[in-house]
Design a binder for this molecule. Sequence first.
Ligand SMILES: [Zn+2]
Length: 558
Amino acid sequence: MKSYFLAIYLLFSFIVSAQEINIIPKPLEINVGKGSYTLKNKVTLANYFADMKPDDPLTSYLTNYLKKYYGVEVKLVPKKFNADIILFPTRMPTGGALAYKFSVTQRGIRIDANFEESAFHGIQTLIQLLPTNTTDRKEIPVVEIYDRARFDYRGMHLDVGRHFAPVSFIKKYIDYLALHKLNTFHWHLTEDQGWRMEIKKYPLLTSVGSKRNGTIIGRYPGKGNDNKTHEGYYTQEEIKEVVQYAKDRFVEVIPEIEMPGHSSAAIAAYPWLSCFPNRPTNIPSYMVSLKSVEQQQKGRVKLVQETWGVFDDVFCAGKDSTFNFLENVLDEVIALFPSKYVHIGGDECPKTHWKQCPSCQKRMKELNLKDEHELQSYFVQRIEKYLNSKGKTLIGWDEILEGGLAPNAQVMSWRGEAGGIAAAKENHYVIMTPGSHVYFDHKQTANEDSVTIGGFTTVQKVYSYEPVPKELPETQTKFVRGAQANVWTEYMNNTSKVEYMIFPRMAALSEVLWSSKENRSWDDFEKRLLVQFKRYTMWGANYSKAYFDPKSTLETKK
Ligand SMILES: [Zn+2]
């Protein structure tokens, strides 16, 4: 790579164009040349990956973006080298399969890549060289950029269980990921407070489980219940649409179906999934909605949760009917999501009911399990076996380590890094999502005036995150696939708030995951962040201004 770039280095002068290069995440190598190229309002595009197919993901994405923000008309032309923009399949000399080269000369723009996916990253780089003021001249400096991602797994999670988000926003969210060169969308589809995915075999999951009668007002324990129905779910057709939309942006969608905990909504739909089907859902009287009180008086036993937290009523691990149900659900999940991975949650499962349940205790005795943690391990391993038989790999939160890790499972480390370190030491792939650095439900400034779950994670703190823990022996670092930010929505009841919480921290995350460790510098990032704010404005995204708040760096009282 060095000699290859040395040659280019010598060709270009060191004179930096008047226009600055403000790309987030920072590319591996940038060599600025002399002069510039101006994108006209009508440009030709030669896409050697797909030739004249207008619906090719690269062609349609670039065409739509330039039209939407700049009114530029892109004319697709047959393969020829004098087109204004050329996308060209090239065997990249070094740097792995997903490297790309982006070049601007005074005659035009060219993106070289092995695959459409990496050419798409080149398109994102082009997008970031365009002005943030849509009416400005689209002047791009002569430049050569060589780039590739540091980590294969670059993810963002979204909890649609606590608060439902419409398909239109899910698509927007996927667009935001793509614009930051992130490649994985972890879709948290089921929760205590709502089941959000249509399952044809079990229609009550959505007709009952996707509706809650109310939600606590304000921060837990709240100031009463708002007594407003909150509901919503995705049909299987909508899910197909989202998966395809993501695929066209080279984003993989990983579904999460929570088990054995966080299952109140499923239990509300099918009470027999609980250890105690006749034991009413317990919501404290100062939190519960009037409608739920009335329904329980009329004989309804199980409710979709209306408050936040961890609840004792979980899937029964003793009854085979639970596993039959989950296998049937997973069959429909697998049919819709082409990803190799299915996330099964596995976190925050109290063992209170399992300790009291005759079926669960019988199972433990039969299998010689020494405690309820081993019963949870049995649960996860049984599900893993099923997923593996369908060609899928199980991902779970780090609690799946307790009682013994399922043999092929991958671990998402959220309670700090310890779980990730332990799993990587056992040769399991891990994804780092520690609450200390990448929980985007935390506040971003000490002055935060909206309600959040707590915690305090500034954009700078996110930027300081290093996904490969120091404690991990060198031989095991390859098991760190990357990292992800989690967006739990207890206190995000509208999509504008979601945007406010993810921006600009997502920009910092993207650089943590994409840019080389040596290339990362907060001071340099800050300068580019100011331009990113303008892009957010251009994209119509609501972002937090906490960066401009001098108090944003003060430690807050816990
Ligand atoms: Zn049980």
